[in-house]
Design a binder for this molecule. Structure first.
Ligand code: SF4
Length: 257
């Protein structure tokens, strides 16, 4: 499959219209029409004195292992009684992009990995349209590590019990950008009850490092409401521009251009 075909499929999954000629109208040697595509996400400059990525991974390995062991054995809230397994996270442990969702669903609970199944496939398509993937340059985690029964919303006491794990993950990954997908993730990370619509389209800041945080829709919501995929694509392009500006903070005005 050519890169152009793959790109067109990702954008189609996002609901971005790509003009495709009728069968027979295009010769085999003609390229596919250009679909809108963000250029690949550039790697950011390493801070002065920073460890190389490989050295940082080695240095953090014991802390990651401690975290995994604690989460696997965690009984801090009642969700441990009903989960199949804790779902900690997946991806590059020193990625510059970190995606944060709500909680494991049934499939994630069974497989032990966040964002699998149809919503996960859509998230992967969204990320690939930006040149990102969980196999190489993104880390993905949830607010809760154990599945709420029936996929109900997390309860405040569950979030309070589990959020310190996510804070430790963010401290270890040291991302340059956080992408909160869905209302639950956004509201809990930003400590607000503002609706998702008001949180999109602006740069929030998270934690002591003031990590830029951008909000978009949860892919499970987009599966139910495909008309909003185009808005999600706008959010992703915005996130990419915010990420690019983290290398030049003075150019960042904090709002969608
Ligand atoms: S949801 Fe979090 S706090 Fe609750 S049992 Fe699972 S890992 Fe522990």
């Amino acid at each position: 499959m050519s890169a152009a075909t793959r790109r067109a499929q990702y954008l189609e999954a996002l609901g971005i219209d790509c003009w495709v000629p009728r069968a027979g109208a295009q010769r085999a040697h003609e390229p596919l029409p250009q679909a809108p595509q963000a250029p690949p996400v550039p790697a950011g400059p390493a801070p002065p004195g920073a460890l190389s990525r490989e050295a940082a991974i080695d240095a953090d390995a014991p802390a990651w292992e401690r975290l995994r062991e604690e989460v696997r054995a965690c009984t801090r809230c009642a969700l441990h009684e009903t989960r199949t397994q804790a779902v900690i996270g997946v991806g590059n442990p020193h990625a510059e992009w970190m995606v944060i969702g709500e909680a494991p669903g049934a499939e994630e609970d069974r497989r032990g990995e966040p964002f699998v199944g149809r919503a996960g496939q859509l998230l992967d398509a969204m990320l690939r349209a930006l040149g990102l993937s969980r196999e190489t340059n993104v880390y993905i985690a949830n607010i809760l590590k154990s599945r709420p029964p029936g996929n109900r919303d997390p309860r405040p006491e569950e979030v309070a019990a589990c959020l310190p794990y996510l804070h430790r993950q963010i401290a270890l990954v040291r991302p340059r950008l956080l992408l909160a997908v869905g209302r639950i993730a956004a509201q809990n990370l930003l400590q607000t009850d503002a609706p998702l619509g008001r949180l999109r389209g602006q740069v929030h800041r998270f934690g002591e490092r003031n990590v830029p945080l951008v909000v978009t829709y949860h892919p499970a919501y987009l599966l139910r409401s495909p008309a909003d995929k185009r808005k999600a694509w706008e959010d992703l392009k915005f996130a990419r521009s915010v990420f690019a500006r983290t290398a030049n903070p003075e150019a960042n005005d904090g709002h969608r251009p």
